[in-house]
Design a protein around this ligand. Sequence first.
Ligand code: ADP
Length: 225
Amino acid sequence: MVTLHYMIQAKQISKTYGKTAVLKDVAFDLASSEIVSIVGPSGAGKTTLLHILGTLERPDDNPDTELIIGGKNVNTLSDSALSTFRNESLGFVFQFHQLLPEFTAIENICLPAYIKGTSKKDAEKRAIELLDFFELTSRAQHKPSELSGGEQQRIAVARALINKPSLLLADEPSGNLDSASAEKLHDLFFRLRDTFSISMILVTHNKSLAARADRMLTLVDGQWN
Ligand code: ADP
């Protein structure tokens, strides 16, 4: 018998803002090392779902709701336990890189490791490995304003991976890039999965990225279509 290892098992995820039901009893599973893309029209609830699956937001309070990430029932964790879990187990990439402008590329990459309590020596060693893997070694000492859009976004991915998360969540990661830089970023995602077995959830309007995923799911009006 084949045993499927789940990265995420989510059941009956709902989210209501005021009287607006943004997510309606959504179920979601993600296998280890799987890449799933989530597509759908603007306002469908994609970002809200990604934030809930990434523990940045909590779903509506409902006894039937289940959110298990890496075998951990995150719904029952306190806010501070959740922050630690997020810092150590999850990586995030957003449409805009959100690198800190006054820090160099390598300093930006190391920040989540410092928050975790990793020594400067160990954090920098890992950052140098990531820069090498991303072919950005020559950019280590550059500030974000001295990097191209594609380079900035690859540095943001390296920052998301410094603590060796098993799950990467990305919200329109190539939404702000020209097509050549987007393609390079997309190749990187698949190379990362093949090398480090990272699971990924990619919310994207990019048709080529969405189609390359192992599964593509479409959200419409807060429900799978
Ligand atoms: P998508 O990512 O598919 O474009 P979102 O998840 O961003 O959709 O938003 C879905 C709906 O939820 C939208 O109508 C949006 O206005 C609403 N929404 C999202 N966040 C909030 C919030 N914090 N407060 C109120 N409404 C929100």
